[in-house]
Design a protein around this ligand. Structure first.
Ligand code: SF4
Ligand code: SF4
Length: 242
């Protein structure tokens, strides 16, 4: 017991002073590309190197569609775009249900659902519950059953095999409920797209209220997405122009 106390005192507090601090280094995300002003030929060359069409020429520079960006980093570097480290990645979709209010602002129960994700998104999502991020201080709790969940956090393109389980989980949730699609796969199928084996995103099966782009989004961006669902964060733009 004494050793354990000594060890803790030596290590100090590891939980981030979120939002007051810079993110700790060694995260899995380099951030995300920033729309930039540039001449048309440079913008066209960058748009050409983007494998997903996330970069589009828009005078006087290049705009970024975050719902398509898979973080391949081809557009990064001396000749490319600057990248920024922020956590406000989540977007409230137009026409979606409004944020949950009242007591949900201090007690939100979340159910993860892996709908055919590669492992990246779920790996990041599981970190939000780690001591470094300390999810409980926001009044957000992970629950093991959709029957207790106010919010469904979906990752993956939704494989055909998982279409029914996703729908079942959604139907089992009590009202009011919200759905957050995490990662570009859950937004629109990402690199898997829509095919005989993939539904092409969570919105093809259940009503999605909020999207968190990224491949995968880092824990801080996921937390901001959950806070957005209860009206405690601001919505980012899905597409940003220079
Ligand atoms: S990082 Fe994103 S925007 Fe840049 S080239 Fe890759 S997919 Fe396109
Ligand atoms: S968005 Fe990227 S990290 Fe997430 S499931 Fe799809 S491929 Fe994997």
């Amino acid at each position: 017991m004494a050793n354990w106390v000594l060890h803790s005192l030596k290590r100090g507090i590891r939980t981030e002073r979120y939002r007051e601090s810079e993110p700790l280094p060694a995260g899995t995300t380099p951030g995300r590309p920033k729309p930039q002003r540039m001449d048309e030929s440079a913008a066209a060359a960058l748009a050409e190197c983007c494998p997903t069409g996330a970069l589009q020429v828009q005078s006087p520079g290049i705009r970024v569609d975050f719902g398509r960006c898979i973080h391949c980093q081809r557009c990064r570097g001396d000749e490319g775009l600057e990248w920024r480290q922020d956590a406000t990645w989540a977007t409230h979709l137009e026409g979606a249900q409004e944020s949950l209010g009242g007591s949900f602002r201090r007690a939100l129960h979340v159910r993860y659902l892996d709908a055919g994700a590669c492992g990246g998104c779920m790996g990041e999502a599981r970190l939000i519950d780690a001591p470094q991020y300390n999810l409980h201080r926001y009044g957000i709790f992970i629950t093991s059953t959709p029957r207790d969940a106010d919010l469904l956090l979906v990752a993956g393109p939704v494989t055909e095999a998982l279409r029914r389980p996703l729908l079942d989980a959604y139907e089992a949730m009590p009202e009011p409920k919200r759905v957050v699609a995490m990662g570009v796969c859950a937004i629109n199928g990402g690199v898997f797209g829509k095919s005989f084996a993939s539904c092409g995103g969570a919105a093809e099966v259940v009503p999605v209220d909020i999207v968190i782009p990224g491949c995968p989004p880092p824990p801080r961006a996921i937390i901001e997405g959950l806070l957005l669902a209860v009206g405690r964060s601001r919505s980012a733009q899905a597409v940003e122009a220079p």
